[in-house]
Design a protein around this ligand. Structure first.
Ligand code: SF4
Length: 535
């Protein structure tokens, strides 16, 4: 059977065109793979007007290019159907275009399974992102090009690596699906071996250097490559992707399950001027990061809160995350368009609309509101002397202004377990106040400093190297950088106002090595946050 290979060259950055792999780029390596696919009859590259020139520079004759100003999911499936119609191929082999480790053996196995079982959709499961393509039968492509038109929440979204599966799973039982399952489940490591974002590009370059030491046979074995990645600090940890910053020192109420008051933290809020300097450094280190203003303290209490948020989203790649107990709207505030909070929120909403899409896949501003209960009685156990009504109203008002980017959050503990199901049933509904967006947050006992009130243990059977060490960068209001949030008030590993951020981040490499070697310090041993993940 003949296949049409479609490579999607996202316009993320130019890292995919850097000649970092023995003089070849990730794009060259992906093309090399495409040409060697045993059923490949035609190859087509989908790209953007912005990167068309770069794409064409790397192409040989015979490979066609389809460039657009933007690619939504609807456009993708419609173009895929059109490309397939023009070709004499039975199925599409689809992949993003900057994947230096896309694996030929895995592809061959997928092709064999796809053809043998007459599958409509075949994919590799349990492997890192970007090491295998997806296979879509001709009939399926035609169905998807129609199905996407009916999916209001997906059709206008920009194409992502999960676009195909996101659409298929909306009607998963209707399709004949085959998978190639990995003998080891690599998903826990959240590897993405593509050269799109800076953090993934560095990991790919470091991994490529590492596997040069392997023999030819092992270099072709995707399990051996993943094994090499798992054991290497320089692949697991490149640059931070999540900056968690304390701008405020107070909370609206004293939550008995928050460790903040047990420690003596900074005594002053972060100044806006210091924050601006910090953002410049963050943007230089990772221009696609998520910047949270909520490491400690409730950021909305900072008198210049709105300036902080606007400053983050001035940078075209940064996303601002705000976690709060909510704004204290009075009834007048909500009904009157002239309250200060409403005026500021409306102005911020306008800034967000003008800020443009982020290439990190998130909106410019994300809100997490701590709702934590369904009744006032339970709410007060977590937020003494506060009104649940304020939190709920905050969700409502914010969602009317930042639609789709407001999450009602529920810290799951024994105290509120009885209301969890009611919360889930209400907040999962698309027509409820957060538009179906909610987060059930795991309780953190902070290395057993706080009481153990976790109502369910979701930790994996085998411990993985701590995700927070790999990607998080925490900054207290005085610039001090703790090893992680759980070690916020232990000796810092640097000061972000005074030092180079990358040098500070690298100081934790030795701790990550202890995680790889499974020789953890007492603090990490008693911590169960290692498997939780922030962006
Ligand atoms: S395991 Fe816990 S204490 Fe150790 S680095 Fe990770 S989050 Fe911090």
């Amino acid at each position: 059977m003949k296949s049409l290979i479609i490579l999607f060259a996202d316009n993320f950055s130019s890292f995919g065109f850097e000649n970092s792999f023995d003089g070849k780029s990730a794009f060259d390596k992906t093309l090399e793979w495409a040409k060697n696919v045993k059923t490949a009859s035609e190859i087509e590259v989908y790209c953007f007007e912005d990167n068309k020139e770069l794409v064409q520079k790397h192409l040989e004759k015979g490979i066609s290019v389809k460039a657009k100003g933007s690619w939504t999911n609807e456009i993708l499936f419609s173009e895929m159907a059109a490309s397939l119609k023009k070709s004499n191929c039975e199925y599409v082999i689809f992949s993003f275009a900057f994947n230096p480790f896309i694996n030929q053996t895995l592809t061959t196995n997928l092709i064999d399974t796809h053809e043998k079982f007459k599958s409509e959709y075949s994919f590799a499961d349990g492997y890192p992102v970007s090491v295998s393509p997806e296979l879509l039968d001709r009939g399926l492509v035609n169905i998807l090009s129609e199905l996407i038109k009916t999916k209001d929440d997906l059709k206008q979204q920009a194409v992502t690596k999960s676009s195909v599966f996101d659409l298929i799973k909306t009607d998963i039982n209707s399709f004949e699906i085959e998978t190639e399952i990995s003998t080891t489940d690599w998903r826990l490591y959240r590897f993405d071996f593509s050269c799109d974002k800076k953090e993934n590009y560095i990991a790919c370059v470091n991994l490529y250097e590492k596997i040069k030491k392997l023999c030819d046979e092992d270099r072709a074995d995707i399990q051996k490559i993943c094994g090499a990645a798992r054991d290497d600090v320089k692949v697991l940890k490149t640059i931070p992707g999540y900056f968690n910053i304390q701008i405020e020192i107070e909370y609206q109420s004293k939550n008995p399950y928050c460790p903040y008051y047990k420690f003596s933290g900074p005594e002053e809020k972060m100044s806006f001027e210091k924050f601006k300097g910090l953002l410049e450094k963050i943007n230089e280190l990772n221009p696609d990061s998520v910047v949270s203003l909520s490491l400690w303290g409730d950021p909305v209490l900072h008198p210049q809160f709105f300036d902080f948020v606007k400053e983050v989203i001035k940078y075209p790649g940064l996303t601002c995350l705000i976690e709060t107990d909510g704004f204290k709207f009075s009834e007048n505030d909500i009904s009157s368009d002239n309250s200060d909070i409403i005026i500021n929120l409306k102005a911020l909403s306008e800034c967000v609309q003008n800020a443009g899409l982020r290439k990190n896949g998130f909106a410019p501003v994300l809100w997490l509101i701590n709702v934590d209960a369904m009744t006032q009685q339970t709410y007060e156990k977590l937020h003494p002397q506060m009104k649940l009504e304020y939190a709920v109203n905050t969700v409502k008002v914010l969602n009317s202004l930042f639609n789709g980017n407001v999450y009602a959050q529920y810290l799951r503990i024994t105290e509120n377990e009885g209301e969890l199901e009611a919360f889930y049933r209400a907040y999962k509904e698309k027509d409820y106040i957060s538009g179906g967006k909610f987060i059930i947050q795991k309780y953190d006992h902070f290395c057993k400093v706080m009481p153990e009130v976790k109502s369910a243990d979701l930790s994996p059977i085998e411990r993985n190297p701590c995700w927070h060490l790999r990607r998080d960068f925490n900054i207290l209001a005085d610039g001090k950088v703790p090893v992680c949030r759980d070690k916020s008030f232990e000796n810092p590993c640097g000061n972000a106002f005074e030092e180079d951020l990358s040098a500070i981040f690298d100081r934790n490499n030795t701790i990550l090595q202890t995680h790889i070697d499974k020789k953890l310090c007492e603090g990490c041993l008693s911590c169960d946050e290692y498997y939780t993940y922030n962006f």
